[in-house]
Design a protein around this ligand. Structure first.
Ligand code: SF4
Ligand code: SF4
Length: 289
């Protein structure tokens, strides 16, 4: 098993992972709540190192990124598991998989595949890439050596040290800002709002950054919430692009999505405070749901 970074020894039996705000304390043989980092004999190890769940060639606008290599396709890979537990997870089959199949692609091979695809960039996306930070950093370094741009699509639930490390190798990132309530982030989503905000601030200094907010009933469904998000982002830069997208019922969340008219109302404060807002309303919401 590959060895992990970002952990410390606490005592003879326990270690602590210091990658994300969960800060899991693990006895020998125990796995963190992301399920991909394990205490193996007093060292943090990576049973999922190089295990890839998905490979595709996507339009870069699907990440979504509108202000970085527009009109190109990006070689995209996904992983298994996640550091958060959003009950509406749109990628739950790989983020919270009932079962999974092992498919290992080593960094050199992955970059070869990306080059062969003809894409100018490689994206780490779909589920949560940062819990596989050691592998992603290796791939990003190799990708840069071969002239490929690197893209990180992430929940941003990552502590400052590792965030700086991975963002120093990232050319563009899209970060989810799922709501503007610390309570909802902590108790419902399994993340920390302040940590995600800090990640966006670090990213803004390190690379190109765009943000996505998914409109989900019961999570992000009001003008007040959107105003909080937009005010925070405009404090960084009014030009920071914000993508407001519609959720579809998935995983444990069965609430019908917001209507197109309601989404437009919710998005209003963002249009007032930011210069680059992209509201995406799918065709099925343009009629009554
Ligand atoms: S990355 Fe995983 S093991 Fe590490 S603190 Fe976060 S949830 Fe726990
Ligand atoms: S952060 Fe993304 S991948 Fe993870 S549980 Fe939430 S929606 Fe799913």
């Amino acid at each position: 098993m590959s060895k992990a970074e970002y952990w410390v020894t606490l005592d003879s039996n326990r270690i602590q992972c210091r990658l994300c705000p969960h800060a899991c304390i693990l006895a020998d043989g125990e796995c963190g709540c992301c399920k991909v980092r394990i205490n193996a004999g007093g060292e943090l190890a990576l049973p999922f190192y190089s295990h890839i769940s998905s490979v595709a060639l996507d339009p870069i606008e699907k990440k979504p990124l509108r202000h970085f290599l527009p009109g190109t396709r990006t070689f995209s890979i996904g992983f298994w598991h996640c550091s958060m537990r959003c009950p509406f997870c749109q990628n739950w089959e790989i983020a919270h998989p009932p079962s999974w199949y092992p498919r290992s692609i080593m960094p050199e091979e992955l970059v070869r595949m990306a080059l062969k695809s003809g894409s100018p960039s490689i994206s780490f996306t779909y589920s949560e890439p940062t819990i596989h930070i050691e592998y992603v950093k290796e791939c990003m370094s190799l990708a840069h050596e071969k002239g490929l741009a690197t893209i990180l699509v992430t929940n941003g639930n990552l502590l400052a040290g590792p965030a700086r490390d991975i963002l120093s190798l990232t050319d563009a990132t899209n970060v989810d800002l799922k709501c503007y309530s610390a309570k909802t982030y902590h108790s419902t989503l399994g993340g920390e709002l302040e940590v995600v905000k800090q990640f966006i601030q670090i990213a803004f200094r390190a690379c190109h950054v765009e943000v996505t907010s998914l409109v989900v009933p019961g999570i992000l469904d009001s003008e007040d919430q959107m105003e909080g998000i937009a005010a925070f982002l405009s404090g960084i830069s009014r030009d920071l692009p914000l993508h407001i997208t519609a959720y579809r019922p998935e995983y444990h969340w069965t609430e019908p999505p917001m209507s197109a008219d309601r989404m437009k109302l919710i998005a209003k404060p963002a249009f007032a405070l930011l210069n680059n807002v992209y509201l995406s309303v799918p065709y099925f919401l343009r009629k009554p749901y």
